[in-house]
Design a protein around this ligand. Structure first.
Ligand code: MN
Length: 138
């Protein structure tokens, strides 16, 4: 299993930050946490993570707006973004996909399946590399 891929977790809730970090680090990932869109942009200036886990509801600029901006920027468009959405908010999921998210993971996260779900999104993104021409400007 590929271990040390960097995952950027954009999440403002401290309990959720700690839980996501703990599970992902146990899985062998390197984790960076950003508590806001501003912090996420700062983290992205240091280099591209393998995957971004994106809370939708953030203070200030929300996760959907940030995702749209990242997808519109050639420097970050290829980074897969997975939305973290609350169970009840099914409407959030459609909007997340429309904003450019590769999919979503329900919150609160299920610690038994979270690592597996993240690995699946990484594998899907890797399989697309080289055959994805959607990044070409139209
Ligand atoms: Mn939040």
């Amino acid at each position: 299993m590929k271990g040390d891929a960097l995952i950027l977790v954009v999440e403002d809730n401290e309990a959720n930050q700690l839980l996501a970090r703990a599970v992902l680090e146990l899985e062998g990932f390197t984790v960076e946490v950003a508590g806001s869109a501003v912090e996420a942009r700062e983290a992205l200036r240091d280099g591209a993570p393998a995957l971004i886990l994106m809370d939708i509801q953030l203070p200030g600029e929300d996760g959907l707006s940030l995702t749209r901006a990242l997808k519109a920027d050639p420097a970050t468009a290829a980074i897969p973004v997975v939305a973290l959405t609350a169970h009840a908010m099914t409407g959030d999921r459609e909007v997340a996909l429309e904003a450019g998210c590769a999919g979503y993971i329900a919150k609160p996260i299920d610690t038994r399946t979270f690592g597996f779900e993240v690995r699946q999104f990484l594998a899907r993104a890797a399989a697309r590399t080289g055959e994805d021409h959607t990044l070409v400007a139209s």
